[in-house]
Ligand binder design. Structure first.
Ligand code: KIV
Length: 286
């Protein structure tokens, strides 16, 4: 009942005077890379924020397991369960009509291929996602990417500073700063593409590595703290609204500052990513 009201107010009525947006598709995202048009991705965790993202022209809404930190107040993404991801993805799906919906594979839901397929089936078949994002490039992850794409579930890989590896990295640290590590990230990026990934999120790496990976890959590379040369950008919505407690992450920007609504802030983010104004050098790593 509530979802119908939301769709009629936030999405249907607001867009009723505007031409309907063409649905964003995986081939459409690949065409954007080929044409040099920047892709805009933003996290969403509920139907109302999803509708705001849709209205502002965001291409991809990501139900990130960052919800563990920004919604649940946990200190990492590790406690987020598949059940919670299905719940939030279902809510976000109700706020969207044209925006492509991606959902995170939570920690350990990809521990082997059969669990990864089961999680993918729930997030796509039950919750309404069109793409699953998976962190890492270990042998079992490459196998899972291959198995999911073989079963027509598009996959977004996630490399660089992968938050589920926080204990391995010893914190949320920029990756790929020395030559060996940068070469390893590039090799992993080529491997996930080879395994069948349709998209790559590259997080927390120096600008030069962001550029190197983006140029080497045929699939679109969406950066977060990976510099301005990526094919698109993603931010956590609470970060770009200045809602995250404590210090603003270097790679983010408070788009709500000086603006009067969430809708205006998201529209400014979309415009700045499309024009290349965001991220600036101050949001990037050397
Ligand atoms: O969980 C998340 O929100 C993410 C983005 C930061 C890319 O993985």
């Amino acid at each position: 009942m509530c979802s119908v009201v939301l769709k009629e107010t936030a999405v249907y009525v607001e867009n009723s005077n505007a031409p309907a947006r063409k649905p964003v598709t995986v081939p459409g995202l690949h065409a954007m890379k080929a044409e040099g048009r920047k892709i805009v991705m933003l996290t969403a965790y509920d139907a109302s924020f999803a509708a705001q993202a849709e209205h502002a022209g965001v291409d991809i809404a990501l139900v990130g397991d960052s919800l563990g930190m920004v919604v649940q107040g946990q200190s990492s993404t590790l406690p987020v369960t598949l059940e919670q991801m299905v719940y939030h993805t279902t809510m976000v799906a109700r706020g969207l009509s044209a925006t492509l919906l991606a959902a995170d594979m939570p920690f350990m839901a990809d521990r082997d291929v059969s669990h990864a397929l089961e999680a993918g089936a729930r997030l796509v078949g039950e919750a309404g996602a069109a793409m699953i994002k998976i962190e890492g490039a270990g042998p079992h992850i490459l196998e899972a990417i291959h198995a999911l794409t073989e079963r027509v579930i598009p996959v977004c890989a996630h490399l660089g500073l992968t938050p589920q590896s926080v204990h391995k990295f010893g914190g949320y640290k920029v990756q790929g700063r020395v030559q060996d590590a940068a070469d390893r990230v590039l090799a992993e990026a080529l491997a996930v593409q080879q395994a069948g990934a349709s998209l790559l999120v590259l997080e927390g790496v120096p600008t030069s590595l962001g550029e190197r990976v983006t140029k080497a890959l045929d699939i679109p590379v969406i950066g977060i703290g990976a510099g301005p040369h990526c094919d698109g950008q993603v931010l956590v919505v609470y970060d770009m609204l200045g809602l995250t407690p404590g210090k603003r992450p270097k790679f983010s920007k408070d788009f709500l500052a000086g603006r009067s609504s969430v809708g205006e802030a998201i529209a400014a983010y979309v415009a700045d990513v499309r024009s290349g104004a965001f991220p600036a050098a101050e949001h990037s790593y050397n």
